[in-house]
Ligand binder design. Structure first.
Ligand SMILES: Cc1cc2nc3c(=O)[nH]c(=O)nc-3n(C[C@H](O)[C@H](O)[C@H](O)COP(=O)(O)OP(=O)(O)OC[C@H]3O[C@@H](n4cnc5c(N)ncnc54)[C@H](O)[C@@H]3O)c2cc1C
Length: 385
Protein backbone atom coordinates (compact mmCIF):
# COMPACT_ATOMS: atom_id res chain seq x y z
CA UNK A 1 0.00 0.00 0.00
CA UNK A 2 1.25 3.52 -0.76
CA UNK A 3 -0.05 6.17 1.64
CA UNK A 4 0.79 9.85 1.07
CA UNK A 5 -1.18 11.09 4.10
CA UNK A 6 0.60 12.21 7.26
CA UNK A 7 -0.39 10.54 10.55
CA UNK A 8 -2.10 12.49 13.33
CA UNK A 9 1.22 12.72 15.18
CA UNK A 10 3.10 13.96 12.11
CA UNK A 11 0.42 16.58 11.42
CA UNK A 12 0.53 17.73 15.05
CA UNK A 13 4.32 18.17 14.90
CA UNK A 14 4.01 20.05 11.60
CA UNK A 15 1.38 22.41 13.03
CA UNK A 16 3.31 23.07 16.23
CA UNK A 17 6.63 23.79 14.50
CA UNK A 18 4.96 25.82 11.74
CA UNK A 19 3.31 28.08 14.32
CA UNK A 20 6.54 28.42 16.28
CA UNK A 21 8.51 29.31 13.14
CA UNK A 22 5.91 31.92 12.08
CA UNK A 23 5.99 33.58 15.51
CA UNK A 24 9.60 33.25 16.68
CA UNK A 25 11.82 32.63 13.66
CA UNK A 26 10.57 34.14 10.37
CA UNK A 27 10.12 37.68 11.78
CA UNK A 28 13.64 37.70 13.27
CA UNK A 29 15.78 35.81 10.76
CA UNK A 30 16.80 38.99 8.91
CA UNK A 31 18.22 40.57 12.07
CA UNK A 32 20.13 37.40 13.04
CA UNK A 33 21.65 37.38 9.55
CA UNK A 34 22.69 41.04 9.80
CA UNK A 35 24.17 40.61 13.28
CA UNK A 36 25.73 37.20 12.45
CA UNK A 37 24.16 36.03 15.69
CA UNK A 38 22.64 32.67 16.55
CA UNK A 39 19.49 33.11 18.69
CA UNK A 40 20.26 30.86 21.63
CA UNK A 41 17.08 31.87 23.47
CA UNK A 42 14.92 30.70 20.55
CA UNK A 43 16.90 27.47 20.34
CA UNK A 44 16.20 26.86 24.04
CA UNK A 45 12.47 27.41 23.43
CA UNK A 46 12.58 24.84 20.62
CA UNK A 47 14.28 22.46 23.03
CA UNK A 48 11.56 23.06 25.64
CA UNK A 49 8.93 22.19 23.01
CA UNK A 50 10.65 18.82 22.50
CA UNK A 51 11.27 19.67 18.86
CA UNK A 52 15.07 19.48 18.75
CA UNK A 53 15.00 15.89 19.99
CA UNK A 54 12.08 14.85 17.78
CA UNK A 55 13.96 11.87 16.36
CA UNK A 56 15.89 11.01 19.53
CA UNK A 57 14.56 8.15 21.72
CA UNK A 58 12.75 9.11 24.93
CA UNK A 59 15.47 7.36 27.00
CA UNK A 60 17.79 10.16 25.87
CA UNK A 61 15.38 13.06 26.50
CA UNK A 62 14.06 13.04 22.95
CA UNK A 63 10.48 12.70 21.73
CA UNK A 64 11.00 9.28 20.14
CA UNK A 65 9.26 10.16 16.89
CA UNK A 66 9.92 8.81 13.40
CA UNK A 67 12.06 10.01 10.49
CA UNK A 68 9.11 11.68 8.76
CA UNK A 69 8.63 13.89 11.84
CA UNK A 70 12.40 14.54 11.72
CA UNK A 71 12.04 15.76 8.11
CA UNK A 72 8.96 17.81 8.95
CA UNK A 73 10.87 19.72 11.65
CA UNK A 74 13.79 20.32 9.25
CA UNK A 75 11.40 21.51 6.51
CA UNK A 76 9.60 23.94 8.82
CA UNK A 77 12.87 25.32 10.21
CA UNK A 78 14.18 25.66 6.65
CA UNK A 79 11.06 27.67 5.85
CA UNK A 80 12.01 30.30 8.42
CA UNK A 81 15.79 30.29 8.73
CA UNK A 82 18.40 28.04 7.11
CA UNK A 83 20.96 28.82 9.82
CA UNK A 84 18.60 27.38 12.39
CA UNK A 85 17.80 24.37 10.20
CA UNK A 86 21.55 23.84 9.82
CA UNK A 87 22.03 23.75 13.59
CA UNK A 88 19.27 21.17 13.81
CA UNK A 89 20.97 19.05 11.13
CA UNK A 90 24.38 19.23 12.77
CA UNK A 91 23.31 18.74 16.39
CA UNK A 92 20.85 15.94 15.76
CA UNK A 93 21.70 14.25 12.45
CA UNK A 94 25.48 14.55 12.42
CA UNK A 95 26.23 14.41 16.13
CA UNK A 96 23.50 12.97 18.41
CA UNK A 97 22.35 10.24 16.04
CA UNK A 98 25.94 9.24 15.29
CA UNK A 99 26.75 8.95 19.00
CA UNK A 100 23.56 6.89 19.45
CA UNK A 101 24.60 4.54 16.65
CA UNK A 102 28.27 4.10 17.52
CA UNK A 103 28.74 5.26 21.11
CA UNK A 104 29.16 3.32 24.36
CA UNK A 105 26.37 3.47 26.98
CA UNK A 106 28.38 6.10 28.89
CA UNK A 107 28.98 8.23 25.80
CA UNK A 108 25.29 8.17 24.86
CA UNK A 109 24.15 9.11 28.38
CA UNK A 110 26.72 11.90 28.68
CA UNK A 111 26.33 13.63 25.33
CA UNK A 112 22.92 12.95 23.78
CA UNK A 113 20.36 14.22 26.36
CA UNK A 114 21.73 17.79 26.63
CA UNK A 115 21.85 18.07 22.82
CA UNK A 116 18.29 16.73 22.48
CA UNK A 117 17.11 19.31 25.02
CA UNK A 118 18.83 22.14 23.13
CA UNK A 119 21.19 22.84 26.03
CA UNK A 120 24.40 21.67 24.38
CA UNK A 121 25.96 21.91 20.93
CA UNK A 122 28.01 19.41 19.00
CA UNK A 123 30.04 19.51 15.82
CA UNK A 124 31.41 17.09 13.23
CA UNK A 125 34.98 17.61 12.10
CA UNK A 126 35.71 15.72 8.91
CA UNK A 127 36.79 18.32 6.32
CA UNK A 128 40.36 19.64 6.32
CA UNK A 129 42.11 22.42 4.40
CA UNK A 130 43.43 19.84 1.89
CA UNK A 131 40.69 17.19 1.99
CA UNK A 132 37.00 17.79 1.34
CA UNK A 133 35.34 15.45 -1.14
CA UNK A 134 38.20 13.01 -0.64
CA UNK A 135 37.72 12.73 3.12
CA UNK A 136 39.92 9.62 3.31
CA UNK A 137 42.82 11.83 2.22
CA UNK A 138 42.81 13.62 5.58
CA UNK A 139 46.13 14.47 7.20
CA UNK A 140 45.08 14.70 10.85
CA UNK A 141 46.68 12.04 13.00
CA UNK A 142 45.96 10.38 16.33
CA UNK A 143 49.11 8.87 17.83
CA UNK A 144 48.67 6.36 20.66
CA UNK A 145 50.39 7.26 23.93
CA UNK A 146 49.46 4.83 26.72
CA UNK A 147 45.75 5.21 27.47
CA UNK A 148 45.59 8.38 25.37
CA UNK A 149 45.62 9.45 21.74
CA UNK A 150 47.38 12.66 20.74
CA UNK A 151 45.50 14.51 17.99
CA UNK A 152 47.25 16.81 15.51
CA UNK A 153 45.97 18.56 12.41
CA UNK A 154 43.37 21.10 11.28
CA UNK A 155 39.67 20.76 10.51
CA UNK A 156 38.15 23.32 8.15
CA UNK A 157 34.65 24.74 7.64
CA UNK A 158 33.24 23.11 10.76
CA UNK A 159 29.71 24.19 11.68
CA UNK A 160 29.51 25.01 15.43
CA UNK A 161 33.31 24.80 15.80
CA UNK A 162 33.34 27.71 18.21
CA UNK A 163 30.23 26.85 20.23
CA UNK A 164 30.40 23.08 20.61
CA UNK A 165 30.67 21.29 23.93
CA UNK A 166 31.65 18.12 22.10
CA UNK A 167 33.25 17.59 18.68
CA UNK A 168 33.29 14.37 16.70
CA UNK A 169 36.73 14.49 15.12
CA UNK A 170 38.22 12.08 12.60
CA UNK A 171 41.94 11.35 12.47
CA UNK A 172 44.30 8.70 11.16
CA UNK A 173 45.43 6.09 13.67
CA UNK A 174 47.18 4.31 10.80
CA UNK A 175 48.59 6.66 8.15
CA UNK A 176 49.20 3.83 5.68
CA UNK A 177 45.74 2.24 5.70
CA UNK A 178 43.72 4.86 3.76
CA UNK A 179 40.05 4.96 4.78
CA UNK A 180 40.61 1.92 7.02
CA UNK A 181 43.14 3.87 9.09
CA UNK A 182 40.65 6.52 10.23
CA UNK A 183 39.23 6.60 13.77
CA UNK A 184 36.53 8.85 15.28
CA UNK A 185 36.96 10.58 18.64
CA UNK A 186 34.71 12.60 20.93
CA UNK A 187 36.65 15.68 22.01
CA UNK A 188 35.38 17.81 24.88
CA UNK A 189 35.50 21.57 24.54
CA UNK A 190 37.99 22.19 27.32
CA UNK A 191 40.60 19.74 25.97
CA UNK A 192 43.94 21.48 25.90
CA UNK A 193 45.55 21.75 22.46
CA UNK A 194 42.10 21.84 20.85
CA UNK A 195 41.25 25.37 19.67
CA UNK A 196 38.42 26.70 17.51
CA UNK A 197 38.97 29.62 15.13
CA UNK A 198 35.83 31.33 13.79
CA UNK A 199 35.34 32.03 10.06
CA UNK A 200 33.46 35.22 9.13
CA UNK A 201 32.12 36.94 5.99
CA UNK A 202 30.32 33.88 4.60
CA UNK A 203 27.87 34.68 1.83
CA UNK A 204 25.11 32.82 3.66
CA UNK A 205 24.24 31.02 6.89
CA UNK A 206 25.52 34.09 8.63
CA UNK A 207 23.58 33.44 11.82
CA UNK A 208 25.34 30.12 12.17
CA UNK A 209 28.79 29.60 13.62
CA UNK A 210 31.40 28.15 11.26
CA UNK A 211 35.08 27.74 12.02
CA UNK A 212 38.32 25.87 11.97
CA UNK A 213 39.41 23.37 14.63
CA UNK A 214 43.11 23.45 15.38
CA UNK A 215 44.44 20.29 17.02
CA UNK A 216 47.92 20.75 18.37
CA UNK A 217 48.79 17.76 20.52
CA UNK A 218 45.26 17.45 21.99
CA UNK A 219 45.27 14.44 24.39
CA UNK A 220 42.10 12.37 24.30
CA UNK A 221 41.52 9.30 26.51
CA UNK A 222 40.90 6.01 24.69
CA UNK A 223 37.42 5.89 26.27
CA UNK A 224 36.58 8.87 24.02
CA UNK A 225 36.97 6.81 20.86
CA UNK A 226 33.64 6.69 18.97
CA UNK A 227 33.21 3.26 17.42
CA UNK A 228 36.10 0.85 16.93
CA UNK A 229 39.61 1.90 15.95
CA UNK A 230 39.90 2.03 12.16
CA UNK A 231 36.12 2.32 11.65
CA UNK A 232 36.04 6.12 11.55
CA UNK A 233 35.25 6.30 7.85
CA UNK A 234 32.13 4.15 8.39
CA UNK A 235 31.17 6.41 11.33
CA UNK A 236 31.59 9.49 9.12
CA UNK A 237 29.53 8.05 6.24
CA UNK A 238 26.69 6.91 8.53
CA UNK A 239 26.49 10.45 9.92
CA UNK A 240 26.25 11.86 6.39
CA UNK A 241 23.37 9.49 5.59
CA UNK A 242 21.42 11.18 8.36
CA UNK A 243 22.55 14.73 7.73
CA UNK A 244 21.91 14.72 3.97
CA UNK A 245 18.34 13.78 4.81
CA UNK A 246 17.68 16.87 6.93
CA UNK A 247 19.57 19.09 4.48
CA UNK A 248 17.20 17.88 1.74
CA UNK A 249 14.14 18.45 3.92
CA UNK A 250 15.36 21.94 4.87
CA UNK A 251 15.78 22.77 1.17
CA UNK A 252 12.14 21.83 0.56
CA UNK A 253 11.12 24.24 3.34
CA UNK A 254 13.18 27.14 2.00
CA UNK A 255 11.89 26.52 -1.53
CA UNK A 256 8.33 26.50 -0.19
CA UNK A 257 8.97 29.86 1.54
CA UNK A 258 10.33 31.31 -1.72
CA UNK A 259 7.29 30.03 -3.58
CA UNK A 260 4.86 31.53 -1.04
CA UNK A 261 6.53 34.93 -1.33
CA UNK A 262 6.40 34.72 -5.14
CA UNK A 263 2.73 33.69 -5.13
CA UNK A 264 1.69 36.58 -2.89
CA UNK A 265 3.62 39.03 -5.00
CA UNK A 266 2.28 37.62 -8.29
CA UNK A 267 -1.28 38.18 -7.07
CA UNK A 268 -0.67 41.80 -6.04
CA UNK A 269 1.83 43.31 -8.46
CA UNK A 270 0.14 44.92 -11.45
CA UNK A 271 1.89 45.27 -14.81
CA UNK A 272 0.19 45.76 -18.17
CA UNK A 273 -3.07 46.41 -16.23
CA UNK A 274 -3.29 43.00 -14.59
CA UNK A 275 -1.65 41.04 -11.76
CA UNK A 276 1.66 39.64 -13.03
CA UNK A 277 0.38 36.20 -11.96
CA UNK A 278 -1.99 36.50 -14.92
CA UNK A 279 0.91 36.52 -17.37
CA UNK A 280 1.58 33.04 -18.68
CA UNK A 281 5.35 33.18 -18.29
CA UNK A 282 5.01 34.12 -14.60
CA UNK A 283 2.62 31.21 -14.15
CA UNK A 284 5.24 29.00 -15.75
CA UNK A 285 7.79 30.06 -13.11
CA UNK A 286 5.27 29.35 -10.34
CA UNK A 287 4.19 26.01 -11.82
CA UNK A 288 7.78 24.79 -12.10
CA UNK A 289 8.47 25.74 -8.49
CA UNK A 290 5.34 23.96 -7.24
CA UNK A 291 6.13 20.81 -9.19
CA UNK A 292 9.76 20.64 -8.11
CA UNK A 293 8.94 21.27 -4.45
CA UNK A 294 6.44 18.38 -4.54
CA UNK A 295 9.05 16.16 -6.20
CA UNK A 296 11.63 17.07 -3.57
CA UNK A 297 9.27 16.43 -0.68
CA UNK A 298 8.37 13.02 -2.08
CA UNK A 299 12.05 12.08 -2.42
CA UNK A 300 12.66 13.12 1.20
CA UNK A 301 9.67 11.21 2.55
CA UNK A 302 10.58 8.12 0.51
CA UNK A 303 14.07 8.16 2.07
CA UNK A 304 12.43 8.69 5.49
CA UNK A 305 10.09 5.75 4.90
CA UNK A 306 13.15 3.53 4.30
CA UNK A 307 14.91 4.96 7.35
CA UNK A 308 11.85 4.19 9.51
CA UNK A 309 12.21 0.54 8.54
CA UNK A 310 15.96 0.49 9.11
CA UNK A 311 16.37 -0.34 5.41
CA UNK A 312 19.40 0.72 3.32
CA UNK A 313 18.77 4.26 2.07
CA UNK A 314 22.08 5.81 0.99
CA UNK A 315 20.96 5.90 -2.68
CA UNK A 316 17.56 7.41 -1.88
CA UNK A 317 19.00 9.90 0.64
CA UNK A 318 21.61 11.03 -1.89
CA UNK A 319 18.93 11.44 -4.55
CA UNK A 320 16.86 13.57 -2.15
CA UNK A 321 19.87 15.67 -1.15
CA UNK A 322 21.11 16.11 -4.73
CA UNK A 323 17.71 17.03 -6.15
CA UNK A 324 16.52 19.24 -3.29
CA UNK A 325 19.79 21.17 -2.96
CA UNK A 326 19.78 22.03 -6.65
CA UNK A 327 16.02 22.61 -6.63
CA UNK A 328 16.07 25.18 -3.80
CA UNK A 329 18.61 27.24 -5.73
CA UNK A 330 16.33 27.20 -8.80
CA UNK A 331 13.32 28.05 -6.62
CA UNK A 332 15.02 31.07 -5.03
CA UNK A 333 16.29 32.21 -8.42
CA UNK A 334 12.82 31.89 -10.00
CA UNK A 335 11.06 33.53 -7.05
CA UNK A 336 13.44 36.48 -7.44
CA UNK A 337 12.51 36.57 -11.11
CA UNK A 338 8.85 36.91 -10.12
CA UNK A 339 9.60 39.79 -7.76
CA UNK A 340 11.83 41.56 -10.26
CA UNK A 341 13.96 44.40 -8.89
CA UNK A 342 12.29 44.37 -5.47
CA UNK A 343 13.79 40.92 -4.81
CA UNK A 344 17.26 42.48 -4.95
CA UNK A 345 16.91 44.35 -1.67
CA UNK A 346 16.53 43.43 1.97
CA UNK A 347 12.86 44.46 1.81
CA UNK A 348 12.03 40.81 1.04
CA UNK A 349 13.71 37.79 2.64
CA UNK A 350 14.40 36.27 -0.77
CA UNK A 351 17.89 37.75 -1.00
CA UNK A 352 18.84 35.97 2.25
CA UNK A 353 17.21 32.73 1.13
CA UNK A 354 19.11 32.94 -2.15
CA UNK A 355 22.44 33.42 -0.31
CA UNK A 356 21.67 30.79 2.34
CA UNK A 357 20.64 28.20 -0.24
CA UNK A 358 23.92 28.25 -2.14
CA UNK A 359 25.65 26.10 0.46
CA UNK A 360 23.36 23.12 -0.04
CA UNK A 361 24.98 21.86 -3.25
CA UNK A 362 28.41 22.19 -1.62
CA UNK A 363 28.34 20.66 1.84
CA UNK A 364 27.52 17.17 3.08
CA UNK A 365 29.06 16.10 -0.24
CA UNK A 366 28.85 18.29 -3.34
CA UNK A 367 26.28 17.58 -6.07
CA UNK A 368 29.03 15.84 -8.04
CA UNK A 369 29.74 13.50 -5.12
CA UNK A 370 26.01 12.70 -4.75
CA UNK A 371 25.92 11.81 -8.45
CA UNK A 372 28.90 9.50 -8.06
CA UNK A 373 27.26 7.70 -5.13
CA UNK A 374 24.00 7.31 -7.08
CA UNK A 375 25.93 6.18 -10.17
CA UNK A 376 27.84 3.61 -8.12
CA UNK A 377 24.57 2.29 -6.65
CA UNK A 378 23.15 1.84 -10.15
CA UNK A 379 26.21 0.52 -11.96
CA UNK A 380 28.11 -1.23 -9.22
CA UNK A 381 31.19 0.63 -10.46
CA UNK A 382 32.85 3.15 -8.13
CA UNK A 383 34.20 6.29 -9.78
CA UNK A 384 36.15 7.07 -6.59
CA UNK A 385 38.85 4.44 -7.07
C1 LIG B 1 29.31 26.80 5.53
C2 LIG B 1 29.97 25.46 5.50
C3 LIG B 1 29.72 24.56 6.54
C4 LIG B 1 30.35 23.32 6.54
N1 LIG B 1 30.19 22.47 7.61
C5 LIG B 1 30.97 21.35 7.73
C6 LIG B 1 30.95 20.55 8.92
O1 LIG B 1 30.20 20.83 9.87
N2 LIG B 1 31.78 19.49 8.99
C7 LIG B 1 32.65 19.14 7.99
O2 LIG B 1 33.38 18.17 8.14
N3 LIG B 1 32.67 19.87 6.83
C8 LIG B 1 31.85 20.97 6.69
N4 LIG B 1 31.90 21.74 5.53
C9 LIG B 1 32.81 21.35 4.47
C10 LIG B 1 32.08 20.78 3.26
O3 LIG B 1 31.48 19.55 3.56
C11 LIG B 1 33.11 20.70 2.12
O4 LIG B 1 33.36 22.03 1.70
C12 LIG B 1 32.61 19.85 0.96
O5 LIG B 1 32.61 18.49 1.33
C13 LIG B 1 33.45 20.02 -0.30
O6 LIG B 1 34.82 19.89 -0.03
P1 LIG B 1 35.84 21.02 -0.56
O7 LIG B 1 35.26 22.34 -0.19
O8 LIG B 1 37.18 20.67 -0.05
O9 LIG B 1 35.79 20.91 -2.12
P2 LIG B 1 36.64 19.90 -3.05
O10 LIG B 1 36.52 18.52 -2.54
O11 LIG B 1 37.99 20.45 -3.24
O12 LIG B 1 35.82 20.01 -4.42
C14 LIG B 1 35.97 21.08 -5.33
C15 LIG B 1 35.22 20.74 -6.60
O13 LIG B 1 35.74 19.54 -7.17
C16 LIG B 1 34.69 18.60 -7.35
N5 LIG B 1 35.21 17.23 -7.16
C17 LIG B 1 36.01 16.78 -6.18
N6 LIG B 1 36.24 15.47 -6.32
C18 LIG B 1 35.52 15.06 -7.41
C19 LIG B 1 35.32 13.82 -8.06
N7 LIG B 1 35.86 12.67 -7.62
N8 LIG B 1 34.54 13.81 -9.18
C20 LIG B 1 33.95 14.93 -9.63
N9 LIG B 1 34.10 16.15 -9.05
C21 LIG B 1 34.87 16.20 -7.95
C22 LIG B 1 33.65 18.95 -6.30
O14 LIG B 1 32.38 18.45 -6.63
C23 LIG B 1 33.72 20.46 -6.35
O15 LIG B 1 32.96 20.91 -7.43
C24 LIG B 1 31.23 22.96 5.49
C25 LIG B 1 31.43 23.86 4.43
C26 LIG B 1 30.85 25.10 4.44
C27 LIG B 1 31.16 26.06 3.33
Amino acid sequence: MVDFALTEEQMAVQKMVREFVAKEITPNAKQWDIEEKFPLNVWHKLGDLGVIGTAIPEDYEGSGMDYICHAIVAEELGYGCSSMRGSYSVNISLVAKTILKWGTAEQKQKYVPPIALGRSFGCYGLTEPDSGSNAAGMKSTAEKDGDYYVLSGNKMWITHADVSDVSIVFAKTDKNAGARGITAFLVDKETSGFTPQPIHEKIGLRAQDTGELIMDGARVHKDQMLGPEGKGFAVAMSALDNARYTVAAGCVGTAQAALDIAKNYARERIQFDKPIGGHQLVQQLIANMVMEIEMGRMLVWRAGWLKNQGAPNTRETCMAKYFCSEMVNRACFNAMQVLGGYSFSGEYPLERMYRDSRINTLYEGTSQIQQLIIGNAELGISAFV
